[in-house]
Ligand binder design. Structure first.
Ligand code: HEC
Length: 172
């Protein structure tokens, strides 16, 4: 054994001691901890919960808890559906249309507006979107020159309120 080996050995022993104490402390902490305060178990539990959350997220279908953009796209901001219903009544739309929730709306000249929200097109000529629907209500003959639905002088504000009401009509 050389001189230098003998010199380094106290350091090595010291390091082993520190490592040993650290391991003992960790084991003691784990073993002496109450079940609820068991640091190792807690770490495992935390990891399990985090993993479970990720699994739930991955397993969820694309619509689970996700924003419904389809529904959001049918919202007319600052429009008053209730006012729209009374405007629809005042303008006599019901003389040509069946309109659920509007009194005396039993007309059969135009299509029933029941479940209108679920329809793909407005009068078969415009995509059923808020802006296009309002455009139709304001000037049906611009979009379908031969339509039996007359231009009733509806303003944009009135059209927006009416559209808001029509989009409350869902399902068959
Ligand atoms: C004189 C009869 C008449 C009146 C009054 C009338 N409509 Fe119409 N409406 C029609 C006809 C007919 C159609 C079908 C248009 C077409 O396909 O060209 C129609 C189509 C529509 C559509 C599209 C329906 C669909 O399924 O695509 C909406 C919405 C609508 N009308 C709302 C109204 C509202 C709201 C009023 C009142 C402001 C009104 N209508 C007044 C006759 C009328």
């Amino acid at each position: 054994m050389s001189r230098s080996d003998r010199h380094s050995s106290p350091w090595a022993v010291g390091l082993w001691l520190i490592a040993g104490v650290a391991i003992l402390l960790a084991v003691a902490l784990w073993a002496l901890g109450k079940p609820g305060k068991d640091p190792v178990g807690n770490a495992v539990l935390t990891a399990q919960v985090a993993l479970q959350d990720n699994m739930d997220f991955l397993r969820a279908g694309p619509t689970d808890g996700a924003p419904d953009w389809e529904a959001a796209s049918m919202v007319l901001h600052d429009a008053d559906a209730e006012h729209g219903a009374s405007l629809i009544e005042q303008h006599g739309c019901g003389s040509c249309h069946v309109i659920p929730g509007v009194s005396r709306a039993h007309g059969t000249v135009g299509p029933s507006l029941a479940g209108f929200r679920d329809r793909a097109y407005v009068a078969g000529v415009l995509p059923n979107r808020p802006g296009d629907l309002v455009g139709w209500l304001m000037n049906p003959t611009v979009h379908a020159p031969n339509t039996a639905m007359p231009d009733l002088g509806i303003t944009e504000a009135q059209g927006r309120d009416m559209a808001a009401y029509l989009y409350t009509l869902q399902g068959g």
